[in-house]
Design a binder for this molecule. Structure first.
Ligand code: ATP
Ligand code: MG
Length: 467
């Protein structure tokens, strides 16, 4: 027997959804509903429907944006958009963006059902093509995915570790300073795992307030709090069968840590305001840019949870500790941001890049190359295309008026603020104090006339090793 087709209905008006849902059932289709754009995007990844019916007038996220995101995820998934009568501009935009068709509200029943039928036939055709393609192997995904560059022994060890853990379902905790590539590593583990074709859901635990984070992760029932106008699946449910990446796990509130622990203990959990126990099979990868053991000691991360998350640990070293990777990374980023040009860097520029401390790690290096590529007229990037901080004299020297001038210019012309420059100087002075005192923190703090604890906090903030 042929499988029932699955239609995802995206509309913020519940009566409208209900109406369409009834029509779909009548036609023998399965359906799911989403009340907003973000939910729609998660649902699309979770269920991979055969067709999406998308209202273009969504309250929070604009329907065209949602359409674009769906297309990015599944370029071939047919999407039919609803537009209000007489809003042809939006309809045209939608078609330009790749919508299968558009229907004006209020719609003609016959025309509506016919359009749906056509779209589903189209998607069936594509499925057949996909089956054939799958047999030819999934080569393209390995070619298009972001590469991880690293010839240093530390990175080589990490590659081996990824190879070893990818195929198991163990939890992995990735720790590293900002911009060291934590997310890239998490992606690589997922891509090489047996769950690679299953949902992969990412949550940044630092980006949301406690209550929102809870309902994002674990879902909520209708009416469980003001604003919870409909039932909502959490990210764990959406990730069922696949992988979840909990970024900035150190920012997860303690109350939610208990719930997370239950999932790790293979216990059921409940949506916010819910009474139905839910069980999921999800592989968990987490990341933190702080020293996790410190958070455990400080009582910010439950110890029992830490042990379960830390089954395999990947520590990403800061870029200063793997400087031999810099030329390879530079090469890679030159290609990545070439826009068809064949870019190189001058020897002097490469030397500067190799000498710099890179507090923002690989992300900062990438931004630097990208910026230089944009501002350089020629294909050879030189030190003239570097931000001023790379030419600042090393610490201990007196800062001259011209440095002040150049910093001032940088604030005006580049994407720097007063704070960036002040932070830079602060970091340089701390490094200098540490150098002079042979890394004796108490003495360095005395030299700088600040409290030792403040020094420690600042060192962590600037990614200066506190070992
Ligand atoms: N080894 C690498 N090879 C190539 N590109 C890399 C490497 N590591 C990081 N990058 C690139 O640097 C940027 C930052 O990486 P990523 O977002 O994974 O870092 P992160 O540790 O998660 O940063 P943050 O702490 O700011 O969240 C990305 O554009 C990523 O593609
Ligand atoms: Mg990150």
């Amino acid at each position: 027997m042929k499988e029932k087709k699955h239609v995802l209905i995206v509309d913020d008006e519940a009566p409208m959804r209900l109406n369409i849902a009834e029509l779909m059932t009548g036609e023998g289709y399965n359906y799911s509903e989403a009340a907003g754009g973000d939910e729609a995007i998660l649902m699309v990844q979770k269920i991979i429907p055969d067709l999406v019916l998308l209202d273009i007038n969504l309250p929070q996220k604009d329907g065209l944006t949602v359409l674009g995101e769906i297309q990015k995820l599944f370029p071939k998934l047919p999407v039919i958009v609803f537009t209000a009568y007489g809003t042809s501009e939006r309809a045209i935009e939608a078609i330009k963006l790749g919508a299968f068709d558009y229907i004006e509200k209020p719609f003609e029943l016959d025309e509506f059902l016919l359009t749906i039928k056509r779209a589903l036939e189209y998607s069936e055709l594509l499925n057949e093509i996909k089956l054939l393609r799958d047999q030819v192997q999934d080569i393209s995904s390995t070619v298009t995915s972001d590469q991880i560059i690293g010839r240093s022994p530390q990175m080589q060890e990490i590659f081996k570790l990824i190879g070893k853990v990818a195929l198991s379902d163990t939890t992995v905790l990735i720790q590293g300073g900002s911009g060291t590539g934590k997310e890239l590593i998490a992606d690589a583990i997922q891509r090489h795992s047996l769950r690679r074709d299953k949902p992969y859901i990412k949550v940044n635990c630092g980006a949301l307030s406690e209550s929102i984070l809870e309902s994002e992760i674990f879902g909520h029932e209708k009416g469980s709090f003001t604003g919870a106008t409909s039932q909502r699946m959490g990210r764990f449910e959406l990730a069922d069968g696949g992988t979840i990446f909990l970024d900035e796990i150190n920012n997860m509130p303690l109350s939610l840590q208990v719930k997370l622990l239950r999932i790790l203990q293979k216990q059921p959990f409940y949506r916010v305001g819910g009474e139905t126990p839910i069980k999921v099979d999800v592989r968990i990868i987490t990341a933190s840019n702080r020293i996790v053991e410190d958070d455990v000691k400080a009582g910010k991360l439950r110890e029992d949870l830490f042990y379960r998350l830390n089954v395999v640990r990947i520590n990403l070293p800061p870029l200063v500790d793997r400087k031999q990777d810099i030329p390879y990374l530079v090469d890679y980023f030159l290609k990545k941001h070439s826009n068809g040009r064949s870019l190189t860097v001058s020897p002097e520029m490469l030397e500067r890049l190799s000498k710099y401390e890179w507090p923002g790690n690989i992300r900062e290096l990438e931004n630097t190359i990208q910026r230089a590529a944009v501002i350089s007229q020629s294909d050879v990037l030189t030190i003239d295309h570097l931000p001023v901080k790379h030419s600042v004299p090393s610490s201990g020297q007196t800062y001259s008026g011209s440095d002040l001038q150049s910093w001032f210019e940088e604030i005006q012309n580049a994407d720097k603020s007063l704070k960036d420059v002040v932070c830079f100087v602060e970091k340089e002075l701390i490094l200098q104090a540490l150098k002079q005192t042979n890394s004796n923190r108490s003495r360095a703090a005395t030299l700088l006339k600040i409290h030792r604890r403040l020094l420690y906090t600042k060192m962590k903030e600037y990614g200066i090793s506190t070992d």
